[in-house]
Ligand binder design. Structure first.
Ligand code: HEC
Ligand code: HEC
Ligand code: HEC
Ligand code: HEC
Length: 436
């Protein structure tokens, strides 16, 4: 199907379609805005010290020109606009194609378009990288590329965990922040309590989570913001807890006063704050005491394997074709088989083919051109289920809980971990010899 769509790409005005797909918000999927939990008074309080942050940023260094070539090598343009690279061919545009599918503008029968649109749930909206460097700290970008964290709590997709060295991450951060104003210490003159009251009145927490902040009553609406704009804003608003490490304090006041004055492509609306009010609100975002995060999720408990027989078809229908599509297809005439198959996102080909039974029997490239079985037990992976296939699924839960596993990369890449029942199904199939 990828190839038929790819051929059609020339026939549709792709750019136009991408542009107007902005309107198709998945509002029905948006949950009510999260109200930060009232954490009570007994817990210790985190108060990040921002003194000296500008020196930290100046010290990040990095080679922006090399960073630019790395952005091409890691194919950031498959998911992000604004990379400075031309768009890849249509069959490689994860986000570009998903946007067009969601917009339902391709010349296919209506029922087909609807079915695809419903089936396409992830990698539709990603932040543009064109001007992120104006608000984000280079030190944060570098550490994020090495070890991604969840930024937008109302979106399921994560930035994928790439295989990237510290120095490559730093060079990309230098590229993304190149040409921006040099960081300078800003006087943090605002009043936290006043800022909190203004933030409540202006509805900041309608869109933003602020994990660990004590409960501020949330305004029921954001005055002057249309429901469509609000839905997009809720989906794309970062958790403000991250702002202390993530956002340049010296642009924070200006941003809160008028985001589009800092980045013309900002999704956040200007909320009519005076500069003085913005200063107070910035103080609230940067200095409101935060309780420590709850203890990380415990490792996922694997369920005992099922007694009944599990076929490849069942696993494919419930897992592989649902969550591994477009990253693990068989090579052939149908467009790009995906980064987990023939390589991509900076990864060499691993040869993991999951969308046909025959493909699964080929195993994976284990280095030096040798292939190994996806389902046989490997001593180094015993802790996570034994086989490469199950271990990858267990490891994804470890990654999203902040405990990345060096022996195996978590799967599905960039998506939440599978449910215990789905992992049980795969493990049962593997334990029965991964039969047809
Ligand atoms: C498979 C798709 C995919 C690829 C490939 C990818 N990203 Fe991302 N990236 C995402 C998603 C999704 C997010 C949003 C994550 C979130 O909100 O938690 C993101 C977030 C980011 C952010 C944070 C920006 C912001 O405003 O919050 C940066 C910076 C970033 N990516 C840089 C890169 C770079 C550089 C590359 C290439 C080395 C890259 N990404 C490759 C999907 C991708
Ligand atoms: C030519 C269009 C096209 C391209 C390119 C494409 N996809 Fe898809 N994708 C679709 C369609 C259509 C669906 C829904 C039907 C299906 O599963 O085939 C989908 C479904 C998915 C799903 C399962 C549903 C969901 O949203 O979770 C994932 C995951 C996915 N794609 C990831 C990717 C990634 C990652 C890339 C880039 C490596 C990519 N896709 C490239 C068209 C595309
Ligand atoms: C309509 C939804 C919405 C409202 C209301 C809103 N924001 Fe935002 N905010 C966003 C979005 C979306 C972003 C991500 C950047 C962008 O605009 O594309 C953002 C980004 C930010 C950032 C940068 C965070 C980061 O990690 O990059 C800060 C700080 C911020 N908002 C503070 C506020 C404050 C303070 C208020 C209230 C005065 C507020 N926001 C109200 C949607 C909203
Ligand atoms: C967004 C793309 C993407 C998705 C979605 C994805 N994978 Fe992968 N997968 C990759 C890439 C890229 C690699 C190569 C990683 C490496 O070499 O470290 C990989 C590698 C693997 C490996 C080998 C891991 C290792 O460390 O040796 C397994 C097993 C695997 N994937 C299974 C799955 C399964 C099962 C799913 C669906 C539940 C899935 N993947 C979904 C991209 C993806």
């Amino acid at each position: 199907m990828l190839s038929r769509l790819a051929q059609l790409a020339a026939a549709v005005a792709l750019a136009a379609a991408v542009g107007c797909s902005q309107g198709s918000v998945r509002r029905e999927e948006l949950t009510a805005p999260a109200t930060p939990a009232d954490t009570g008074a007994a817990v210790a309080v985190v108060h990040d010290d921002l003194a000296g942050w500008a020196d930290v940023e100046q010290g990040v260094g990095g080679d922006a020109a090399h960073g630019k070539s790395l952005v091409a090598r890691y194919e950031c343009n498959r998911c992000h606009a604004g990379t400075g690279q031309p768009a890849p061919s249509f069959d490689r545009q994860c986000v570009g194609c998903h946007k067009v599918i969601k917009a339902e503008t391709l010349p296919f029968p209506k029922d087909k378009l609807e079915a695809w649109s419903v089936a396409t749930r992830h990698f539709i909206t990603t932040p543009s990288l064109a001007t992120t460097g104006r608000t984000l700290r280079a030190s944060w970008i570098a550490s994020f590329l090495e070890e991604p964290v969840k930024i937008r709590p109302h979106q399921e997709e994560w930035m994928p965990r790439l295989a990237i060295s510290k120095s490559d991450a730093r060079d990309i951060a230098a590229f993304l922040t190149a040409g921006t104003e040099a960081p300078h210490e800003a006087a943090s003159a605002g009043d936290v309590a006043r800022g909190k009251a203004i933030a409540t009145r202006k509805g900041c927490l309608v869109c933003h989570a602020f994990t660990g902040a004590s409960t501020a009553s949330v305004a029921p609406e954001v005055p002057g913001v249309t429901p469509e704009k609000l839905a997009r804003g809720i989906e794309q608003a970062p958790d403000l807890r991250l702002a202390r490490q993530r956002v340049r304090p010296d642009v924070m006041v200006k941003w809160i006063e008028d985001p589009t004055a800092v980045r013309a492509d900002a999704e956040m609306p200007a909320l009519g704050l005076t500069e003085e009010e913005a200063r107070d609100v910035a103080a609230y975002v940067l200095r409101e005491p935060l309780s420590p995060l709850p203890l990380a999720e415990p490792p996922i408990t694997r369920l005992p394997v099922l007694e009944r027989r599990v076929s490849y078809e069942e696993v494919a229908a419930r897992v592989f074709r649902k969550s591994c599509t477009h990253c693990h297809a068989d090579p052939g005439p149908n467009g790009d088989p995906g980064p987990g198959s023939t390589g991509g996102f900076g990864f060499a080909a691993r040869g993991v083919q999951l969308l046909s039974f025959r493909g699964t029997q080929l195993g994976y490239f284990a280095g030096g051109g040798a292939r190994k079985s996806l389902s046989s037990r490997e001593p180094a992976l015993e802790r996570w289920g034994g086989s490469r296939l199950v271990a990858a699924l267990v490891a994804r839960h470890e990654e999203t809980s902040g405990r990345p596993v060096s022996e195996v990369r978590g799967m599905p890449m960039g998506l939440p971990g599978l449910s215990a029942e789905e992992i049980q199904l795969v493990e049962t199939w593997v334990s029965q010899g991964a039969k047809e």
